[in-house]
Ligand binder design. Structure first.
Ligand SMILES: NC(=O)c1ccc[n+]([C@@H]2O[C@H](COP(=O)([O-])OP(=O)(O)OC[C@H]3O[C@@H](n4cnc5c(N)ncnc54)[C@H](OP(=O)(O)O)[C@@H]3O)[C@@H](O)[C@H]2O)c1
Length: 245
């Protein structure tokens, strides 16, 4: 039986997620692109070349499990994945400048989006890991999640949620290496990228350090192709340079 080569993008309507979908749609080595989003319909820009399946999900544990069950029913053979969920700010949450800005609500919300939701995806996706093919999955993290790199302070919830994400991924990489030696996890820092997440903070970033989403998506796809499957979690930036924990 010929198996298809399928890819998954979670948080597919976000700035980086949508750019990864666009890049994957143009990649002839991938047969089907499954895009998951809390937005019910795909943006028109994706068109329809028959490769894209758009799946609505509210990111609750139950709906994540249901979405993966649906992938199973479609005989998904996952060779590449990008989990792009993330929040830095919204109407109710702003990155904290000082400890007094911390609220229980913002900690919960940011940890849920940045750490809990991505690890629930990894937990469920085990069911669609391929039997024979190599599978590489990138999870969008951030350099500010590096404890040793934290020289500036601030952004308590966002920093800590990305550190927590990295630890959850590191622990899962150790476990996955026992049963799924063909699967590689990459905790990926995209660099400051021009999306709604970074928009309020772009004024302090020089133009050459603010990346277009298409650039980041291309870099990530190259990185996923080049990175060896070694049973480890790699924490890599957009240039493929390892980031210290
Ligand atoms: N932009 C940057 O400069 C930058 C730098 C470092 C790291 N990152 C990381 O890159 C990833 C993608 O960010 P982006 O820049 O593309 O931001 P974005 O445009 O705001 O996209 C983030 C997406 O995450 C999903 N999301 C939003 N709130 C959520 C919640 N409460 N729970 C679960 N999912 C939620 C949504 O996907 P759907 O609408 O499709 O459901 C949203 O579109 C994030 O993990 C971010 O932390 C970004």
């Amino acid at each position: 039986m010929i198996t298809s080569r399928d890819a998954l993008v979670v948080a597919a309507s976000g700035g980086i997620g949508a750019a990864i979908v666009r890049t994957m749609l143009n990649d002839p080595s991938l047969d089907r692109i499954f895009a998951v989003s809390s937005v019910p319909k795909p943006p028109q820009e994706f068109g329809n070349n028959g490769k894209l399946t758009w799946m609505y999900c509210d990111y609750s544990a139950m709906k994540i499990a249901r979405t993966v069950n649906h992938l199973l029913s479609l005989d998904c053979n996952l060779v590449m994945g990008a989990i792009c969920n993330g929040i830095l700010h919204d109407d109710a949450v702003q990155p904290e400048k000082r400890i007094d800005d911390i609220t229980e609500e913002s900690l919960r919300k940011v940890f849920t989006a940045n750490a809990v939701v991505p690890i629930l995806w990894i937990k469920e996706l085990k069911q669609v890991f391929p039997k024979r093919d190599i599978c590489k999955i990138a999870i969008l993290s951030a350099r500010v999640g590096s404890i040793s790199d934290n020289k500036l302070g601030g952004w308590y919830s966002y920093r800590a949620s990305k550190s927590a994400l990295n630890m959850l991924l590191k622990t899962s990489a150790i476990e996955l290496n026992r049963k799924f030696k063909n699967v590689k996890l990459i905790s990926f820092h995209p660099g400051t990228t021009d999306t709604k997440l970074s928009r309020p903070f772009q004024s302090s970033v020089s133009r050459d350090k603010l990346f277009p989403t298409t650039f980041v998506a291309t870099k990530l796809m190259d990185l996923m192709r080049k990175t060896d499957v070694d049973g480890e979690l790699s924490f890599l930036d957009w240039a493929g340079v390892p980031i210290e924990w």
